[in-house]
Every structure is written in C-alpha cells, then in structure tokens.
Design a protein around this ligand. Structure first.
Ligand SMILES: [Zn+2]
Length: 349
C-alpha cells in the first residue's frame, strides 16, 4: 500500500538541498598532487561591489592515493587556535611528508574571521547552525552548502577546530558526535582520542546543524575540538592544537608519527539542567573555576545590578552537580545568557 507523505522527511529535504549545485567556485584542483594554496570564491553582489566575490582561504596538499582529511577552522570568527595551527600546517608541510590528501580551510567563515566575531557581519548567521546550508541562501548558508555538497564527499576524516569564543571560557575538550552505526561510532571515538585533548565529551551542541553533524550524515570519521576561550589566543591550547593535529593525522595514516591519545573516560552533558542561565540582567560574578567539581544547589555566583546599589545581588545556584566545564566570559549579562555548563558525567571508561 503506498504511503501518503504529507510532509517531506528531513533526509529527503537534505538530499534535495545537496542535489542542487553550488554557485561557489575555486581554481584549485582537488585531485592534483602537490601543494596548492588559494581560495574558494563565493559570488556576492552588495551595494559596493556589483559582481564581486567573498574569498575563503583553502589549501590542498596531495601525494598520491590515500585517505583524505578535511581540516576546518574559523567556523566561528572569534576562535583562533585552530586557524593559527592549520595555517602553520599548510606553510610547513611538504606534500611529500603526507600520504593521500589534506583539504584545509583555516578560516571557513572568512567574513566572521575578518572581524573576529562568532557570526558573519554580512548576514549575522552562525555557520555552526547553518548546515546543510542553502545554495540560494545568504553567504553563510552558501558556505555550509558548499562544504556539505563539494568537500565532505571527498573526505574520509573531518576535523572541526573550535574554541569558546568571546562569550565563553571552556576547558580544552574534544567533542564526539553521535552515530547510530556502532562501527563508525567506534572509529569516530578512536580518531577523537588520537587528538589527545585533555578531556573528551560525547555529544555536540547545535543539533543537526553543525559541520560535524553534516559529516556524520555522510558517514565520515569526524569530531570537533574546543581549544582556547574568551576570544583570546591560549598558548597552551595552541600547543594542544599542534600536537593534536600531528597525532590525528598519524592516526588517519596521512602523516608518519605516533599519536598520544586521550585514554580517560568519556563525559557527557547530562541534561538541560546542566546549563545555568541568567535569570536577570546585570554583571555576573562567578564563584567556581573551570575543572572544579560542583554540587547541585551550590552557589554558582551572583548577578549585580550596578544601577541600584541598594539592591542585593541575585544569587545563582547550580541545578546539577558535576564538572565545571564552561562559564561565561564577559561580566555583563542579559536574561537568558548561559552563565555555566557544569554537568558532565562519566558514561564509559
Ligand atoms: Zn566555535
């Protein structure tokens, strides 16, 4: 009996989106041996430039047959360790040092990277909430679509390098996306561990709209890493990025060398009450530091109303106990801002 479908399934919609060609172009040949450094060009026609393009930096390093790794930084423009480490890698590597291919996008949402902001100044969109994108959409949606349609199918491994950005302090942590196939899930976990980040979390924020979610839908071996935080460059996190890239590319069989994998447990953000949100506007005074163990009901800090000195600060408590994974970086907060992410629990060893 035929099934009457009154609304397309998500998978049908994604197939239709990825079936449409991208308006973006590049002069680089993804199948040529050697090192090519150039740009992806996104046609853009604002008031100032009728027939212009937005250039996005890209490099392709290839040395014969072998696996392909897609290495991405700059999905958010205020997260710097990934772009720095990936640009170094592109400059330093001789293609003869690799087997297979690297496709490197060190500053993927280039308009956001140019201004050091999480979102694009052109369309105000967050690229990590834009997948699978739209070839007829705004620039950020077109970038997501190009990656999902043209680059992910060429990749065996996908690594998405992030940091806490301007608004958040976060522990350096590798993030493992969900995959329903146990074999692929195990390979994802092995790849993630090979990076050697000091902490590993099962689950990624952003639902199905992230690059890693798009990669998982195409059964790519993929994970993300959160490096530094608060819109700064962290030398410690940059060192982790450099060693992590070397370990991961050795694990992938693209470079020689040995990984120093993370061997600890996987952690998980256990529920919505893991997040502490601001109940009032003001200035947040945190109490607990990243990496500390906190208990449900314990004070997380308070919010001061600096315009009313006679008013007592609003006290904030943790709703769930666990590891203090992240907290807000700027002092000033609006109602609903995320103040802390505390609950992470061991789910396997
Ligand atoms: Zn990010």
């Amino acid at each position: 009996m035929p099934v009457l479908r009154i609304w397309p399934r998500v998978s049908d919609t994604i197939d239709a989106i990825l079936g449409a060609p991208s308006p973006m172009r590049t002069d680089l040949d993804f199948d040529r041996d050697g090192k090519q450094i150039g740009e992806l060009q996104l046609p853009h026609s604002p008031h100032e430039d009728a027939w212009g393009v937005i250039p996005l930096p890209v490099a392709v390093l290839r040395n014969g047959a072998g696996p392909t790794a897609l290495l991405v930084g700059g999905v958010h423009g205020d997260e710097y360790e990934g772009p720095i480490a990936l640009s170094e890698l592109v400059r330093r590597l001789d293609p003869k040092q690799i087997r297979g291919r690297l496709i490197v996008l060190p500053a993927l949402n280039a308009p956001a990277v140019r201004v050091g902001r999480r979102t694009s100044p052109i369309d105000n969109l967050n690229l990590a909430r834009a997948f699978p994108g739209d070839p007829h959409g705004t620039p950020t949606r077109q970038i997501a679509h190009y990656v999902a349609r043209e680059l992910l199918p060429r990749a065996d491994f996908v690594l998405d390098l992030h940091a806490g950005g301007s608004s958040m302090e976060i522990m350096t942590v590798a993030l493992l996306g969900h995959h329903g196939d146990p074999d692929i899930a195990a390979r994802n976990e092995a790849a993630m561990r090979s990076f050697g980040a000091p902490l590993a979390l099962a689950g990624t924020p952003g639902g199905g709209r992230t690059l890693i979610a798009a990669a998982a839908r195409q059964d790519k071996i993929c994970f993300a890493v959160e490096l530094g935080c608060a819109g700064r460059v962290s030398p410690t996190a940059l060192a982790t990025a450099r060693s992590g890239l070397a370990g991961f590319l050795a694990h992938a069989g693209i470079m020689s060398g040995e990984a120093t994998p993370y061997t600890g447990p996987l952690w998980r953000i256990a529920g919505h009450d893991a997040f502490v949100y601001a109940p009032a506007a003001g200035v947040f005074e945190p109490i607990r530091a990243l990496g500390e163990d906190v208990a449900a009901g314990e004070p997380a800090g308070c919010i001061h109303d600096l315009s009313q000195p006679a008013r007592a600060p609003t006290q904030i408590s943790f709703r769930r106990g666990g590891l203090m994974l992240a907290r807000r970086a700027p002092g000033i907060v609006a109602r609903g801002n995320c103040l802390a992410v505390v609950t992470a629990q061991v789910i396997s060893v």
